[in-house]
Design a protein around this ligand. Structure first.
Ligand SMILES: [Zn+2]
Length: 130
């Protein structure tokens, strides 16, 4: 009976020793450099997983930073314009630019009067002829 008990104990010890060897080997490998490889794969996996999310939010942030939604100062038509660039109102075609987060006309208000003067000259010309 004592002999059999000894055999069982020996078997158990050899089994534990086997596991201890595997654990020790794993620890050694992770200590030597396998841990870096595992970490590298984990980081790469996370990057692949999160890159579209970060890109999505980054794009939204960029769009919010570079696009301004405001009303046209001429016709009050609401649309989105790109910051730091000149664009035209899609409704009335007025050349506009973004200034302090607001749409402003590029051409000063006074220049519109030139058209009126031209009309007046034409009217006076026709009046002279007639
Ligand atoms: Zn407009």
């Amino acid at each position: 009976m004592n002999d059999r008990y000894n055999k069982v104990l020996q078997y158990n010890f050899s089994g534990i020793g086997c596991w201890l060897t595997i654990i020790a080997l794993a620890m050694l490998l992770s200590a030597v450099g396998l841990g870096w490889i595992v970490n590298g794969f984990l980081i790469l996996f996370l990057l692949i997983l999160f890159t579209p999310v970060i890109a999505f939010f980054g794009l939204q942030w960029w769009l919010r930073r570079n696009f301004i939604q405001d009303n046209c100062p001429v016709c009050s038509y609401e649309f989105t314009g790109l910051k730091n660039s000149q664009f035209q109102c899609p409704n009335c075609g007025e050349p506009l630019q973004v200034e302090v987060g607001k749409f402003t006309r590029i051409t000063p208000p006074g220049t519109i009067d030139v058209e009126a003067v031209d009309v007046q000259v034409q009217v006076s010309d026709s009046a002279d002829e007639g």
